[in-house]
Ligand binder design. Structure first.
Ligand code: HEC
Ligand code: HEC
Ligand code: HEC
Ligand code: HEC
Ligand code: HEC
Length: 312
C-alpha cells in the first residue's frame, strides 16, 4: 500500500513514471457499446445473480474488503483528495486519466463506462465525501457501491493473464479453478464456465496487489506481492496467496471468499508468534548506592504471514 499511496502522490504531481502505470499495457479501447448509466453498467455485472446458488460464497464476499473496494470510507476520502489536489490542479490531467490509470483495481467495471458516465462517477465521489447533506452522501455511496469488485471482476475481467485491458476473457463467461469438461453436466445454464489456471496463482492477486510488472523488485515497487516474493518464496515459502487467504474454516466448504487480512483480529494475531522470557535480576545504581530488583525481558517475534507486516 505504501507504493500505492506513493503512486497517488506521483499522480498528483503529474509525474507519472512508466513503471507506476502498471503493466503499461493499458488500452482503454473496449469492444462493444459502453454503458451510459450506472444502472446499465451494474445490471451487466450484478452479483446477486450468483447468490441464489452460491449463497455462502456471496455472504463471505459481502463481509470482505473486496465488496467495499470503492466505497470504503478511507478509499472514498482518498479519491476526493486525489481529485481535488491532483486532477483539478494539474494541467494536462483529465477525468479519463482516472479511468485509465487509477480506478480500475477498485472499480473494475469502469472499463465499460462511457466518458460521460466516468465524469458523473467522479462527481458522485465528491458528493459521497463532502456533501453537507447526509442523505445525499448516503445516496451517492449507495450508487457507487455498484462498482465494487465482485464475482465478475475476479472470475472474468482479471481471470486470465493480461486480461483486464488486454480484453482476453470471453465476454459473459465465468472462469473457475476447474472449468466444465462435460457440457452435458453444465452447472451454469446461462453462461460458459472456463478453466483458468491463472486464477489459482499468486500472480492473479498481484494484478491488483502489485500493479507493477512482475519483475520489478521490492526496492522499486514495495508491495505485498514483491515482499511475498523476496521475503517468503525466495526463502523457501511454498504457499500461494489463495492457500492462506482463501482457506475455508471447514475443509468441506468451498474456498473462503472472506479474504481475511489485517482487519480480522484472529487472522492477524495468528501471523505473529511472540515469545517472551522474563528473568529476575538487579539493577545496581553506583551513583545513588542503590540496588533495585527488576525483570529482564528477552523478546522474540516471529512473522508467520507470507510477507512483511503490516502492509495495509
Ligand atoms: C443455478 C445455480 C447457479 C448459479 C445461478 C450460479 N452458479 Fe456457479 N456453480 C453452480 C454449481 C452447482 C457449481 C458446481 C459446484 C461448485 O463448484 O460450487 C458452480 C460452480 C462455479 C464455479 C467453479 C467453476 C469451476 O471451475 O469449477 C465458479 C467460479 C462459479 N460457479 C461462479 C459463479 C458466478 C460468478 C455466478 C454468477 C454470475 C454463478 N456461479 C452462478 C451453480 C450456479
Ligand atoms: C481486481 C483487483 C483485485 C484482485 C484481483 C484482488 N484484490 Fe484483494 N483487494 C483489492 C482492493 C482494491 C482491496 C482494498 C479494499 C479496501 O481497502 O476497501 C483489497 C483487499 C484485500 C484484502 C484485505 C486487506 C485488509 O486490509 O484487510 C485481502 C486479504 C486481499 N485483498 C487479498 C487478495 C488475494 C489473496 C487475492 C488473490 C486471490 C486478491 N486479493 C485479489 C483488489 C483486488
Ligand atoms: C494496480 C491496482 C491499483 C491501482 C491502480 C490503485 N489502487 Fe488503491 N489499492 C489497491 C489495493 C490492492 C489496495 C489494498 C491494499 C491493502 O489492503 O494492502 C488499495 C488500497 C487503497 C486505499 C486504502 C488505503 C489504506 O491505507 O488502506 C486507498 C485510499 C486507495 N487504494 C486509493 C487509490 C487511489 C486514489 C488510486 C489512484 C491514484 C489507486 N488507489 C490506484 C489497488 C490499486
Ligand atoms: C478477489 C477475487 C474474487 C472474488 C471477488 C470472487 N472470487 Fe470466487 N474465487 C476466486 C479465486 C482466486 C478462486 C480459486 C481459488 C483456488 O482454487 O485456489 C475462486 C473460487 C471460486 C469458486 C470455486 C470454489 C471451490 O472451492 O471450488 C466459486 C464457486 C466461486 N469462486 C464463486 C464466486 C462468487 C459467486 C463470487 C461473488 C459472490 C466470487 N467467487 C467472488 C477469486 C474471487
Ligand atoms: C503464509 C500465509 C500467507 C501468504 C502466502 C500470504 N499472506 Fe497475506 N497475510 C497473511 C496473514 C497472516 C496476514 C495478517 C497479518 C498481516 O497483516 O500481515 C496477511 C495480510 C494480508 C493483507 C492485509 C494488509 C496487510 O499486509 O497487513 C493483504 C492485502 C494480503 N495479506 C495479501 C496477500 C497477497 C496478495 C499474497 C500473495 C502475493 C499474500 N497475502 C500471501 C498470510 C499470508
Amino acid at each position: 500500500m505504501r507504493f500505492l499511496l506513493t503512486l497517488c502522490l506521483l499522480f498528483s504531481a503529474a509525474i507519472i513514471p512508466a513503471s507506476a502505470l502498471a503493466t503499461g499495457a493499458h488500452s482503454p479501447t473496449v469492444p462493444g457499446k459502453l454503458a451510459a448509466t450506472l444502472d446499465e453498467l451494474a445490471a451487466k455485472f450484478d452479483p446477486t445473480v450468483c447468490a441464489d446458488c452460491h449463497e455462502q460464497i456471496y455472504e463471505e464476499w459481502s463481509q470482505s474488503m473486496h465488496s467495499k473496494s470503492f466505497i470504503d470510507p478511507r478509499v472514498i476520502q482518498t479519491w476526493r483528495t486525489f481529485i481535488k489536489q491532483g486532477l483539478e490542479k494539474e494541467a494536462g490531467m483529465t477525468k479519463m486519466d482516472m479511468k485509465n490509470n487509477c480506478m480500475w483495481c477498485h472499480a473494475p467495471y469502469i472499463k465499460y463506462a462511457d466518458d460521460k458516465l466516468v465524469s458523473e462517477i467522479i462527481d458522485m465521489v465528491l458528493t459521497a465525501a463532502d456533501d453537507p447533506d447526509e442523505s445525499k452522501r448516503d445516496a451517492a455511496v449507495k450508487q457507487l457501491s455498484k462498482l465494487n469488485l465482485n464475482c465478475y471482476g475476479c472470475h472474468n475481467l482479471f481471470a486470465v493473464k493480461d486480461g483486464y485491458w488486454g480484453n482476453k476473457p470471453e465476454e459473459g463467461a465465468i472462469y473457475g479453478p476447474r472449468g466444465e469438461d462435460d457440457p452435458e453436466e453444465a452447472k451454469h445454464e446461462d453462461f460458459k464456465t472456463i478453466k483458468s489456471d491463472f486464477l489459482t496463482t499468486s500472480k492473479f492477486c498481484a494484478s491488483c496487489h502489485h500493479g507493477c510488472p512482475d519483475s520489478v523488485p521490492f526496492s522499486q515497487c514495495p508491495t505485498v506481492y514483491s515482499s511475498y516474493k523476496q521475503e517468503y518464496l525466495d526463502k523457501g515459502g511454498k504457499e500461494t496467496c489463495q492457500d492462506c487467504h482463501m482457506k475455508p474454516d471447514d475443509p468441506d466448504d468451498p474456498k473462503s471468499h472472506k479474504f481475511k487480512g489485517a482487519h480480522d483480529k484472529d487472522f492477524f494475531a495468528a501471523a505473529m508468534e511472540l515469545e517472551i522470557d522474563a528473568d529476575t535480576t538487579q539493577v545496581v545504581s553506583h551513583y545513588k548506592n542503590e540496588i533495585t530488583p527488576t525483570l529482564a525481558f528477552n523478546v522474540k517475534l516471529t512473522n508467520r504471514s507470507g510477507h512483511g507486516i503490516p502492509y495495509g
